[in-house]
Design a protein around this ligand. Structure first.
Ligand SMILES: [Zn+2]
Length: 442
């Protein structure tokens, strides 16, 4: 109703204006040269209005025609974006469904529609990977890693590729770049720690390792691998402080100290280590500079004093006494070692040597018989202690930070056991386990 009233009012106004114009008196004339035009004023007003309207619509039409290509381009671009997004989604869905053909088709479509979009590159790389085309996948990841906002995604893909290809050096390099692109990512830290172990970069592995890692073992390995003597000394000191029972750590520290002409400090370290957990290698290092047999007896006595009742202390004293031809003392210490529980093959062999030395010095048939008896007992005694991986049971002959057989870090124990792998860390090593090789127990 309002509209009708409004229309009627407008019509009345327009009619009024038309009448007003029609009622205007007078004429307008123009003379150009010999030409004279004359027209009534209402006609001139109407002609002017019509001319204005025609010009206005002509200009609008011109603007519309000039702007058409831009508008067309914009709508085409938007349509392309929408189609590209759909292709990316479909490609991801195909990857999730492990359908390499569909994934590749949609990923290629996405790349065509969105040539430089990070998502298109990512889905293309993932689809190529799924289809078993590592070269194409790597090229896409590499292109992605050069995009400032998506670099981490590309580097993560490259890292995975390098790990699959077991190219540890490349993987470590990519991981370092990924760390710069996105500092502090937790999975990256653990990945870098594993890679550092694989590439033998013990110092880096130590810096990246969590509190559960066997730090004394890793620091010992880092000290042994360090080229700089000062850094090596610091690492060995840390290793010994972290676990004084770990003989290789004590030895690494003491060796560095002796090399730095700190002989007394080196002895001190060995004495502390002996008090914590005696080991034949500690004694060998301690007595190494001493050549005189009787002097060696005195030095051994001093070291044994730091762990008087341990079978290893008695065994050491028996050895040096025999070397100094003090067979009576040697026999007494060997007996004490046995009483302390050191019922091992090496002790019975030593006892046989003591008796043979006694027999050679005129000990008579009794000594010879005792030597034979000791040798016989050595056949049934427990085996000698040796380094043994508590995870896989491998016995590599010497201590290793990482088991050469199963790759587990910090699981070498000095033991005379022959039982199956126990999984219990020895020498006070931390319970956390790091493996270098796939398939090992973690
Ligand atoms: Zn092992």
């Amino acid at each position: 109703m309002r509209r009708v009233i409004g229309f009627l009012v407008l019509a009345v106004i327009l009619i009024g204006i038309a009448f007003g114009i029609g009622a205007l008196p007078g004429e307008i004339g123009a003379t150009v040269g010999s030409w004279t035009i004359q027209a009534p004023l209402p006609l001139v007003v109407v002609a002017a209005v019509i001319l204005f309207l025609v010009l206005y619509f002509l200009l609008r039409l011109l603007a519309l025609l000039l702007g058409a290509p831009g508008r067309f381009g914009r709508s085409r671009h938007e349509r392309q974006l929408r189609q590209g997004d759909r292709a990316v989604t479909r490609a991801f869905a195909a990857i999730a469904a492990a359908d390499p053909r569909a994934a590749r088709r949609e990923a290629q479509r996405a790349r065509r529609l969105l040539p430089n979009a990070p998502m298109a590159l990512l889905v293309s790389a993932e689809a190529a990977r799924l289809a078993g085309k590592p070269d194409e996948s790597e090229a896409d990841y590499r292109a992605l890693s050069e995009q400032p906002d998506a670099a981490f995604l590309g580097l993560r893909g490259l890292l995975r590729q390098a790990l699959d290809a077991r190219d540890w050096t490349l993987a470590a390099d990519v991981a370092r770049r990924a760390e710069l692109a996105h500092p502090g990512a937790a999975w990256l830290r653990s990945e870098r720690a594993r890679l550092a172990l694989r590439t033998g970069s013990w110092a880096e592995a130590l810096a990246l390792a969590g509190p559960e890692a066997p730090r004394a073992v890793m620091a010992t390995a880092a000290a042994e691998a360090a080229g700089d003597p000062i850094q090596a000394l610091r690492l060995a000191k840390d290793a010994f402080a972290a676990d004084p029972k770990l003989a290789p750590a004590a030895l690494a520290y003491a060796r560095r100290l002796r090399a730095a002409r700190e002989a007394r400090k080196a002895e001190n370290v060995i004495e502390k280590a002996w008090a914590a957990q005696p080991h034949p290698d500690l004694a060998a290092f301690y007595l190494d500079p001493v050549t005189d047999p009787l002097e060696r007896v005195r030095e051994a006595e001093r070291l044994a004093g730091f762990n008087r009742n341990h079978g290893e202390s008695n065994f050491l004293q028996a050895q040096v006494c025999l070397a100094a031809k003090l067979t009576g003392e040697a026999r007494r210490y060997a007996q004490a070692a046995l009483a302390a529980g050191l019922d091992q093959r090496r002790l019975w062999v030593l006892k046989a040597d003591i008796e043979e030395a006694d027999a050679a010095a005129g000990g008579g048939e009794g000594a010879t018989f005792a030597a034979h008896e000791a040798l016989r007992r050595s056949q049934t005694a427990r085996p000698d202690p040796r380094w043994r991986c508590s995870t896989c049971g491998a016995e590599p002959g010497e201590w290793h930070a990482a088991c050469p057989s199963c790759g587990t870090v910090g699981r070498m124990e000095w033991t005379d056991r022959t039982a199956p792998a126990s999984g219990v860390a020895a020498n006070g090593a931390a319970n956390g386990t790091i493996t270098l090789l796939p398939g090992a127990v973690t």
